[in-house]
Write a protein that binds this ligand. Structure first.
Ligand code: PMP
Length: 285
């Protein structure tokens, strides 16, 4: 038996849950989404994810055909129907079925899809050992092209960066903006630690306003660490004491090598490990 998928206003067996080949989410990547964690049967930061989803939709002029309370209830219902204790939700809203042109106004009704399942983004041992990252030649899209806060279905740019990383036997790619400042990783936010101080690129550098990023900033400050949102260069990465990445899928994972330069002692550093522990406790409470 597979997962029960929410689509067309009902729960359907995974094998039967299908979208039209004319859906503009498929044809043009026209749509928005969220990835959300479930810990201990509770949906983590659901409100923040819902807000980001509706903001993304508003920014691309996509009218979600349910209000935020209705959609929240349907997310909760899908998690229950799949009996998820610890898992991952993929909430997708596409522009819906249209014709073969890009005109979104000719699309009928936006399509809502909710998948509640499981995820293991990186192999378990990488959380102990840390991962290798490389600087991608593929640039993060400039905000005058696609607003970088929009979590859209258009991930080709990030996928190209990810492929560069995989070519060099690395699991993640660092993406830079058109000014040469660090924006984020292909699917995670980036934090650098230097002299006990945490820094992360500002949202204006092209980072997605990561929910995990926000939680880490909050708990780091609560635990006495200084956290700055400031521009970072490749040099700041190469000379960092510690680096870690954050994301809903990735959670918090140390990066131990950037472009062949060892970071710190070449293993996740003490602050990374400490914050990871605090984060793990936080999400379960
Ligand atoms: N940046 C990108 C490009 C992402 O796709 C994601 C989500 N995987 C993140 C950052 C992290 O965001 P969040 O913590 O909200 O998952």
């Amino acid at each position: 038996m597979g997962w029960k998928i929410y689509i067309n206003d009902q729960l359907i067996d995974e094998a039967e849950a299908k979208v039209s080949v004319f859906d503009h989410g498929l044809l043009y990547g026209d749509g928005v989404f969220e990835g959300i964690r479930v810990y201990n049967r509770k949906i983590f930061e659901l409100e923040a994810h819902m807000k980001r989803l509706y903001d993304s939709a508003h920014a691309i002029r996509l009218k979600i055909p349910q209000n935020i309370d209705e959609l929240t209830k349907n997310v909760e219902m899908t998690v229950k129907a799949n009996d998820i204790t610890d898992g991952y939700i993929r909430l997708v809203v596409t522009r819906g079925v249209g014709n073969l042109g890009i005109n979104p106004k000719l699309c009928q009704e936006p399509q809502i899809i909710i998948i509640a399942a499981s995820i293991q983004l990186y192999p378990k041992e990488l959380y102990e050992k840390g991962l290798k990252v490389v600087s991608a030649a593929t640039m993060r899209v400039p905000p005058m092209s696609l607003m970088t806060q929009v979590k859209s279905l258009n991930y080709l740019n990030n996928i190209l960066a990810k492929m560069e990383a995989l070519d060099y036997d690395a699991m993640e790619a660092i993406m830079y903006n058109d000014q040469g400042f660090v924006a984020e990783a292909s699917a995670d936010n980036v934090f650098v630690i230097q002299n006990n101080k945490l820094s992360t690129p500002p949202i204006s550098a092209g980072a997605l306003n990561g929910i995990t990023r926000g939680v880490i900033i909050k708990i780091a400050r609560e635990n006495g660490y200084e956290v700055a949102e400031e521009n970072l260069t490749r040099y700041d990465l190469y000379t960092a004491d510690e680096i870690f990445l954050t994301g809903t899928g990735a959670e918090l994972i140390g990066a131990i090598e950037v472009d062949g330069r060892k970071i710190g002692l070449g293993e996740p550093g003490p602050i990374t490990k400490k914050l990871k522990k605090i984060f793990e406790t936080y999400v379960r409470n």
